[in-house]
Design a protein around this ligand. Structure first.
Ligand code: ADP
Ligand code: MG
Length: 294
């Protein structure tokens, strides 16, 4: 009967680095036709590094202040800024950060050495009425069109620094998405908080069907619901704490194993070493297991 076959399927999954939480999950997974992915840490490795520095400030003051503030954040972009500054012996430890507030989907607002500082994306700059010069706009676009993310640093009423931060697309993603399609997936989607230009550049490299960028976590959930309302069975694949609402809402929540404990707890399937091979294996296994029980 069904339970025995399902258990066999689950056991087979565990051997291949996939944790599937219960037989019912296998049945639901087999019916999934829409795969929705978070970008950073899911389609990419989440190993961020600063690869470009546009400095419009004196003595790299923009970078120094940014590093001091980002030291308090665990966002992947923040970690890249801090590492780059440490590697380049930027003396950011002397900067006194007295308060720092996260602005959802935008970045950070902080006070450093008594001065108010903004670090984040173009939306944050627009909200705070910081205008970019034509040079700064073209620098920003040049970086983003290559698929790198950007961090803008502003104080004194103007942009002081723009950092380009790259991340590595996971190996074999393009081929894996094609394989998943051959197994029964009809639509692949990328949802990200990152800017549209960067998201599009990454999407072009991996051949994903749809891209939605500049989203807040609750807007990602809205997309998951929208696909479900259209009659699709949706799996959401993600890693961050940010993504828990989407992992829970999707018919199947899939956590990349390198993800946070929260993501692992709130998901139905855990890919233990974050490989796309594991995802293919798990989906293929669900199809076979369900066939065996029919
Ligand atoms: P995601 O994890 O998908 O990037 P977030 O909501 O964490 O989504 O962030 C959305 C955007 O806000 C980021 O892409 C970035 O532009 C900006 N941002 C958030 N936190 C920071 C930070 N600490 N430093 C710089 N930019 C940030
Ligand atoms: Mg994220």
């Amino acid at each position: 009967g069904a339970p025995v076959s399902n258990v066999a399927g689950i056991g087979n999954g565990a051997k291949n680095g996939v944790l599937i939480k219960g037989g019912e999950v296998m049945n639901t997974f087999a019916n999934v036709d829409t795969l929705v992915f978070d970008k950073t840490g899911t389609l990419t490795e989440g190993k961020t590094a600063v690869t470009q520095l546009k400095d419009y400030s004196k003595n790299q003051l923009g970078l120094t202040i940014a590093a001091a503030i980002e030291k308090q954040s665990d966002h992947p972009l923040a970690q890249a800024v801090v590492k780059f500054s440490a590697d380049h012996k930027i003396g950011f430890d002397k900067v006194e950060v007295t308060d720092a507030d996260t602005i959802k989907g935008r970045g950070v607002k902080a006070t450093a050495d008594g001065q108010s500082v903004l670090i984040g994306n173009l939306r944050l700059m627009n909200d705070e009425e910081i205008a970019l010069t034509d040079q700064q706009k073209s620098d920003l676009e040049a970086i983003q069109s290559q698929g790198s993310s950007t961090v803008i640093v502003a104080f004194d009423g103007r942009v002081q620094t723009i950092l380009g931060i790259s991340d590595v697309i996971r190996q074999g993603v393009k081929e894996s998405l094609a394989t998943l399609k051959s197994l029964g997936i009809k639509k692949t989607v990328m949802l990200t908080g990152d800017n549209l230009q960067t998201a599009d550049a990454v999407a072009d490299q991996i051949g994903i069907d749809e891209v939605h960028a500049e989203l807040l976590p609750e807007q990602k959930v809205e997309y998951v619901k929208k696909y479900q309302e259209q009659g699709h069975k949706v799996a959401f694949v993600g890693d961050g704490i940010n993504d828990s609402p989407s992992l829970v809402t999707a018919d199947i929540g899939i956590a990349m194993g390198s993800g946070t404990d929260v993501a692992v707890e709130t998901s139905d399937v855990v890919l233990m070493s974050s490989g796309f091979n594991e995802l293919i294996h798990a989906y293929g296994l669900s199809k076979k297991t369900v066939m065996n029980t029919k």
